[in-house]
Design a protein. Sequence first.
Length: 150
Amino acid sequence: MNIGDKAPEILGVNENGEEIRLSQFAGKKIALYFYPKDNTSGCTAEACSLRDNYSELKAKGYEVIGVSVDSEASHRKFIEKHSLPFQLIADTEKKLVSEMGVWGEKSMYGRKYMGTFRTTFIIDENGVIEKVFLPKEIKTKTHGEQILSL
């Protein structure tokens, strides 16, 4: 997905098994952020940065939604452990990560594996992607501030 593309209507199911649709957020901007795994250091830093800046993001008209391929149960624990005030989509079937183009081959210590590329899509009030933060651009500890600076 690129700038100017319309985001998909069905985003997936959240930590409570409820379907999340783009149209639920009509008139709001969405920071749809994809991250590799619940409770890992970088992903926790990113989630906590978004949590710490959540009231300012809301004040600027943003809704924050996280997405990983972890289960609903894993998301519930992650939300509880870090007091996250936003929804997390459990994309266990890798539908949204594939559709958005953030699932692919990664490499760590010479080992290749499939995973989620840390990416954030800023979606405007009409459901159109207006900005994409690519993996190398995201600073996990200050990602909330990065979005606020737009």
